[in-house]
Ligand binder design. Sequence first.
Ligand code: 2HG
Ligand code: ZN
Length: 457
Amino acid sequence: MPSHRTVVARLREVVGNHVVTDPEVIAPFARDWTNRFRGQTPAVVRPGSTGEVAGVVRACRELGVALVPQGGNTGLVGGGVPLHGEVVLSLGRLTSVDEVDTVAGQLTAGAGVALGTVQQAAGAAGWRYAVDLASRGSATVGGTVATNAGGTHVLHHGDTRAQLLGMEAVLGTGAVVSHLGGLVKDNTGYHLPGLVCGSEGTLAVVTAARLRLVPDLPWRTVAVLAFASVADALGGSAVLRRSLPSLEAVELFLAPGLELVCTVTGMSPPFPEAHPAYLLVEAADRVDPTEAVAEAVGAVGRLAGSVVATESSRRAELWRYREAHTEAINTLGPPHKLDVTLPLGALAEFVDRVPVEVHAVDPTARTWLFGHAGDGNVHVNVTGPAPGDERVDETVLRLVAGYGGSISAEHGIGAAKRRWLHLARSDSEIAAFRAIKRALDPDGILNPNALLPPEPS
Ligand code: 2HG
Ligand code: ZN
């Protein structure tokens, strides 16, 4: 291994002063947002252009030093943390946002641009960027592309990959691949953006993305619906998906999570009395969808209560009941986050069963469940077990696999779940993953702790 001094000197040849080594400044880059994953790094390197990113990758390759690409560091599976002393490659200086192409309805943005900035730029031009998530203020274009982020509106608009019309990236060889033309139809071989999207920084470092925009519909209605059980709530979700074409989101949360959110945020609950399960529903249209929402909600059986909001600040308040779960749970200590999808027919049984199974493994643990009911994605959060105690992770992920679900719906595999990749992927799929990795990152320097488990020796 080259000395720390050699690494820093070589990186400075590429980016000048943008190599940070002050331990206090680099400490936040070496741990994740939840505080569950902590590592260390000799340096955070902050290139200012795609050319400099390529220079950094080539330098690391020559030196035989691994690097971890990092955007807003909002990932929840330890995929952006230098767990074993890797250099952190921060994309935070790639902040260019091109003018919206209003003819095509597309936008090109640098990897370091926050999702919220993309949304604002799109909105100012009369368009909308469809991917949305609670960490929109910090999550970046590069990070959301690298992880194929989902969020709250996948039901209607699809995930990040579905918005991705082009990409610029630096492969593990140091080669730049740039395909940002934004042609909607472009059958000219392998779809590199689709491959790199969701590869969690293991194949390439994303430096810019060409994003599809959708019409910014002027009318929005949000409702929170209360139910006596998760099964009733999911039954309601199916009715709404069938009968309300303007439906953009159907989110799920439960009584304990709502109570915690209200305690932590100081918000009053939406109903005078608690209910076991809640759906948050959002519809958007060219005309006011409130009547259509009321009609569809009227067709939902076994409804225990509803509140509806049309005005923007009240809509945001209702969303906060759901979106504040993550920050509220984090006040209890580093959670174990198990972001999973179930076949919709098995979701209610799974949600009822998880706390029982977790309790059997660790009676001191608490299970928190919420998520994106419309697409079968539930976030199982478990607080109590020490960060390195993986018994509950193992139990929950095996349960998911038993139901034919996926062990990662939208957060990725990262470092947290790579030892269970085999629950979701066959040996031949994992072998194909490794072959692709070898082709694009021959020396294995890109994000070595994420996604693929270590090769059996
Ligand atoms: C959400 O849906 C995010 O709010 C975070 O995916 C989920 O905190 C989590 O587990
Ligand atoms: Zn989510």
